[in-house]
Design a protein around this ligand. Structure first.
Ligand code: HEC
Length: 108
């Protein structure tokens, strides 16, 4: 007997790994803190310092602002802290305030 036909080695199927990195996923989605930084750079940076690093000793160090006290933040920003800090009520929208808060909470 010439024997049973040799078993064909199983054809290993190379399962294509669909590791397609969808560019859209990786695209930086500007999150709130990033947007807040832009608002901050427009309105606050002159006094509170780049990246919230305080330029002097007079201005409040925002990196130390209590991160659970949105009420206090909102009042300070909208009404100002006379006489040192002007009120922002007319210049800052609710959305601006929200992203600013995200930025302050991010710590700079
Ligand atoms: C003209 C300078 C100036 C600008 C511009 C300014 N600030 Fe201030 N800010 C101050 C000073 C000075 C203080 C400290 C005032 C005090 O403690 O009496 C302060 C305090 C604060 C405080 C702390 C208030 C508290 O509860 O003690 C917050 C929060 C704050 N600023 C946020 C902001 C944000 C957000 C912006 C931008 C929208 C901004 N500031 C722009 C000068 C400024």
């Amino acid at each position: 007997m010439r024997g049973a036909p040799r078993a064909q080695p199983p054809r290993t199927r190379v399962i294509p790994v669909l590791a397609i990195c969808v560019a859209l996923c990786a695209a930086a989605r500007a999150d709130d803190a990033d947007l807040g930084r832009e608002v901050y750079d427009d309105f606050c940076v002159t006094c509170h310092g780049r990246d919230m690093v305080n330029p002097g000793g007079v201005t409040f160090d925002l990196r130390k602002f209590p991160k659970e006290d949105f009420e206090r933040f909102r009042n300070a920003v909208l009404d100002g802290k006379p006489p040192a800090m002007p009120p922002w009520r007319d210049k800052i929208s609710d959305d601006d305030l929200k992203v600013l808060w995200a930025y302050v909470r991010s710590g700079g």
